[in-house]
Write a protein that binds this ligand. Structure first.
Ligand code: GLN
Length: 527
């Protein structure tokens, strides 16, 4: 199933793709998702999260588009990095093959060489993983130059495999402009024309709108686009993204897909729905508010930390709380007294010098004022810097990422990365095994001594300072690589002060909040 986008970006193609995949999964199908990103970066690793949204890290260490995170959370299943296909990956393979002499004599071209490579990647995922359905979301908007080779490859797949084997869903917009709220169909008409111009007739239209699509709009769109009106789906505003599968289900998309494939009436998803509805219901239920201050540098786009926001919501639902997240720019002027009104302070991952002094100040304030603190990656490293300055009396303490000549480099380069300072491609990435010490906050939080969590970092705690930290009351209570790397810090005399080198947010799923988030929200709720 191919999901394309029309009219403009930001219509929620990722949520549409995830929701349809979820429906297919609830109908007992083996399903996975792929994201195509037509840009020229090899992966999302070097892209600014404020412009592009968060970089989502997979178990196998891919730095992926944030839609991969949506798929994991919706499907409650790990997605490997091969499921994020970019132009750069495709062209690299083709160029490498050409240099290897594998196309000897041929003039290497976009059609067929690039399109063949795209098709090979998509079909090999579906076949190698034994899937019933693969939902492939094509990034960008129809009409973009960059996405043309991909759409051409998808068109060819449909031509080769026939209609029942390949289904197209096109996501568009029906805006309501005037006071009477008439839903406009022209953007959808034009966008479908653009798609048909390159040879793709959509089977379904998923139409974004603020209010449910009215019957006449549906008819009109269907008439202009050759899509049966019943397959013009209303994707109106919902209380949460987890309600979208239900919304699409009620409009009969699954029956329609199975009918097209000649499998009508073969599925009964009632048992699976119950659990999903419970999860979606608990996420919408709310409860007393708990206020969390999220302190960081990339505060201007809420997508910069989607997984952290989602993990907080999963934990809130688990504790019967509504989590209210306030973004606080670490470069904000003035002191950190404003944090006293919050149930907890969370510092997520980050990179670079800008805003780091502010984060150190916030970590120190939470420590000195008994406010529950959860520091992730950069938030873990800078909590150690704050402690070194405040409690070890090492005024010149810093991470060498911020100050290469720090008098006390309490956080420095990973031992195996000395000399690999360049950005692109020198990070420790993906899932690793971590040993958690019993009888500690980390031990109680996880309730077991061995966990696996994902990483994305270059710097780490400098073990030369460990003894001094421990003597002053900060303990390092989880480690990896046979004790070479510190993975968690805590202050036992504090109500809840936890820092983790890994990224717990990538392991949190609706109905299964990641343990450190759950513990943090419990602590923040019990002020
Ligand atoms: N900048 C830090 C490092 O490279 C932290 C990275 C992060 O927070 N993801 O180690």
């Amino acid at each position: 199933m191919f999901v394309t986008g029309g009219v403009m970006s930001g219509l929620g193609k990722g949520i549409t793709a995830s929701s349809i995949a979820k429906l297919l999964q609830l109908a007992g199908q083996r399903v996975s998702c792929v994201k195509i990103d037509p840009y020229l970066n090899y992966d999302a690793g070097t892209m600014n999260p404020v412009a592009h949204g968060e970089v989502f890290v997979t178990e196998d260490g891919g730095e992926c588009d944030m839609d991969i995170g949506n798929y994991e959370r919706f499907l409650n299943q790990d997605i490997p990095k091969s499921h994020n296909i970019t132009t750069a990956q495709v062209y690299s393979s083709v160029i490498e093959a050409e240099r290897d002499g594998r196309y000897l004599g041929a003039c290497v071209q976009i059609i067929p060489h690039v399109t063949d490579e795209i098709k090979r990647r998509i079909t090999s995922i579906a076949e190698d993983e034994g899937l019933d359905f693969l939902v492939v979301e094509c990034g960008g908007t129809v009409g973009d130059i960059e996405s043309l080779p991909f759409l051409e490859a998808l068109r060819q797949l449909r031509a080769e495999r026939g209609a029942p084997g390949v289904v197209f869903v096109h996501v568009t917009l029906a805006p309501s402009l005037d006071v009477v709220g008439e839903q406009k169909t022209k953007p959808t008409q034009h966008s479908v024309q653009e798609l048909r111009r390159i040879g793709i007739q959509p089977d379904f239209l998923a139409v974004r709108c603020s209010e449910p699509l009215c019957a006449s709009t549906r008819q009109k769109i269907g008439m202009f686009t050759n899509v049966p009106a019943r397959d013009v789906l209303s994707c109106h505003d919902a209380p949460s993204v987890l309600h979208v599968p239900q919304m699409l289900h009620e409009q009969g998309i699954i029956d329609s897909v199975f009918t097209k494939m000649g499998k009508a009436g073969m599925v009964d998803a009632s048992a699976n729905w119950e659990r999903w509805n419970r999860v979606a219901g608990s996420m919408a239920a709310g409860g007393p508010e708990v206020r969390i201050a999220m302190v960081g540098k990339y505060v201007t786009l809420s997508d910069s930390y989607v997984s952290v926001n989602e993990a907080l919501r999963h934990a809130g639902a688990g504790a019967g709380r509504t989590v209210r997240i306030d973004w606080i720019d670490s470069e904000q002027p003035g002191g950190w007294g404003m944090l006293s009104g919050y149930g907890g302070v969370l510092v997520p991952g980050g990179f670079g010098t800008r805003g780091s002094e502010g984060i150190i100040g916030a970590a120190a304030y939470a420590r000195d004022n008994g406010i529950p603190y959860l520091g992730i990656c950069f938030g873990f490293q800078l909590a150690a810097v704050a402690f070194a300055r405040g409690d070890l009396g090492l005024g010149g303490a810093n991470t060498t990422e911020v100050d290469g000549k720090a008098e006390h480099p309490v956080v420095g380069l990973l031992p195996d990365q000395e000399g690999a300072e360049g950005t692109g491609g020198s990070l420790r990435l993906g899932s690793n095994e971590i040993t958690v010490r019993e009888g500690t906050l980390a031990g109680r939080t996880y309730g077991r001594t061995s966990i696996r969590r994902r990483h994305r970092h270059r710097y780490e705690i400098n073990k030369d300072y460990l003894e001094r930290f421990e003597r002053a009351g900060m303990r390092f209570t989880a480690e990896s690589d046979g004790g070479r790397r510190m993975e968690a810090l805590e202050i036992p005399s504090h109500r809840f002060y936890l820092g983790v080198q890994f990224h717990p947010e990538f392991s949190s799923r609706p109905g299964f909040p990641e343990e450190s988030f759950a513990a943090f929200i419990r602590a923040a709720s019990s002020a």
